[in-house]
Design a protein around this ligand. Structure first.
Ligand code: ZN
Length: 442
């Protein structure tokens, strides 16, 4: 036998999953270094099948391949999910696997379980909410938008240092209207553009930082500019990337502050609320679509493994709870459209398979979602507490300028975020020392 014979069963399943992904997604195939020798994988699975069931199946036939795939899936799916989640946790402990410039976030590592639960809650919170009506946004010129941003920057920093950094960045051409770039330059950023061709992002390079903003000539521009400019200020002051926990926290806070300030200036409240809701919904959708992943991660952190029985009984209880809140018509609709919902076993397997596929395709998912979801959670708290505690605005400026020097626990406490009630604790210094040597959570 060739090298395939040494493979574990779950590894064969992993290769089959990868093959299916590559069939669906040519870009994924291009970026995957593994060569897919499907025939030999199925042959190997059929040998395992024979060893364990005594039944011989011709692995070249389509219908047998389907049966073999389902068999190995049944036996290995939860094992594979556990392994993939551990890999994801490894990326969290040592993010330089994915992005050379990133350092481990010790607050996240100290507080993995409560933070995963916050992510899960943020996702579940948006479930069942009706889609808000989209309000048409009024036109505002670039000039007016910039004037508003400048006024708000003076509110944020009355010493006017932030204002002068903003003005200087524009004069130097490091705060850039993205659509004003010649198309051949924009080509370089095509991969990270939004589907509509817009791009809002701030980059740190060896020579300094620069931001792209795509003007829409609506009041949302004020929020977008303040968001990107907060990243800009942070890079200017620190010359390094902020920790995962704090990366999006201040930018989201200041975009919200911008909208609050516009409402005080008398701009139409329904427009401002609609902008804020749209931006928050985007994060909510992100969290919601992966709520089952966070749920699995939470199980893994509690039990050290994902057990099928636990998953099924969890879904059984969750379904009963949801069903008890539904009208008969809703129940009938679900029965017609997605009958598997009423079968906790099938439903659990669908969730598990989704999670496995998703993790194989996006091993970096938690790493990219976490800063937005947790950032939104605490930035919203800070904004809500601002009316009764104006000192938060002063503190936020301090936190933004030197975020990496302060334990996020103290920052979240300072903005009235009640970190203790959420089960969070300050960074565990022993864990930090231990991880700096070991670089893995398992
Ligand atoms: Zn951002």
């Amino acid at each position: 036998m060739d090298a395939l014979a040494d493979r574990e069963q779950y590894e064969l399943y992993f290769f089959l999953e990868q093959h299916l992904l590559a069939q669906e997604d040519p870009i994924y195939k291009e970026n995957t270094s593994i060569a897919f020798d499907l025939a030999s994988i199925y042959q190997e699975v059929s040998i395992r099948y024979f060893e364990q069931t005594g039944i011989k199946l011709d692995s070249t036939k389509d219908e047998n391949q389907k049966q073999l795939y389902e068999w190995i899936q049944q036996k290995e799916r939860y094992h594979l999910l556990t392994e993939q989640l551990k890999l994801m946790l490894d990326c969290i402990a040592n993010p330089s696997i994915l992005d050379e410039s990133s350092k481990p976030d010790y607050f996240l590592i100290t507080n993995l379980l409560p933070l995963v639960n916050i992510m899960n809650d943020e996702g579940v919170r948006t479930l069942g909410k009706t889609k808000p009506q989209v309000v048409p946004l009024s036109y505002h010129s670039d000039r007016e938008i910039n004037k508003l941003v400048e006024e708000i920057l003076v509110e944020i920093d009355p010493t006017e240092k932030w204002l002068s950094i903003y003005q200087r960045a524009q004069e130097e051409g490091s705060f850039i209207d993205y659509l004003s770039l010649p198309p051949e330059m924009r080509m370089n950023y095509q991969m990270i553009e939004e589907p509509d061709g817009s791009l809002n992002a701030t980059f740190l390079t060896s020579t300094g930082q620069f931001s792209f903003v795509t003007y829409q000539n609506t009041l949302e521009d004020v929020a977008t500019i303040l968001h990107e400019f907060t990243h800009y200020i942070y890079y200017e002051k620190n010359k390094e990337v902020a920790s995962l926990t704090l990366r999006e926290f201040s930018p989201i806070f200041y975009e919200k502050y911008g909208l609050l300030s516009l409402s005080r200036k008398g701009y139409p409240l329904e427009e401002l609320l609609s902008i804020d809701r749209k931006r928050r919904d985007n994060t909510g959708v992100l969290a919601r679509s992966n709520a089952c992943l966070y749920n699995y991660l939470s199980m893994l952190l509690q039990d050290g493994t994902i057990r099928e029985e636990k998953d099924i009984s969890f879904n059984f209880r969750a379904q009963n709870k949801i069903l008890s809140m539904m009208t008969n018509k809703m129940k009938r609709d679900i029965k017609t459209n997605s009958p598997e919902f009423f079968d906790p076993i099938k439903f659990s397997h669908i969730n598990c398979d989704f999670a496995v596929m998703y993790l194989i395709r996006h091993p970096e998912s938690f790493y990219t979602e976490y800063p937005y979801v947790v950032g939104t959670h605490f930035a919203t708290k800070a904004i809500n507490n601002l009316s009764k505690n104006q000192a938060i605005l002063v503190r936020m400026k301090e936190y933004t300028e030197k975020a990496n020097e302060i334990d996020p626990y103290l920052i979240f406490e300072g903005i009235g975020g009640n970190p203790r009630n959420l089960g969070l604790t300050p960074i565990d210094q022993d864990l930090k020392t231990c991880l700096q040597k070991k670089k893995s959570l398992f």
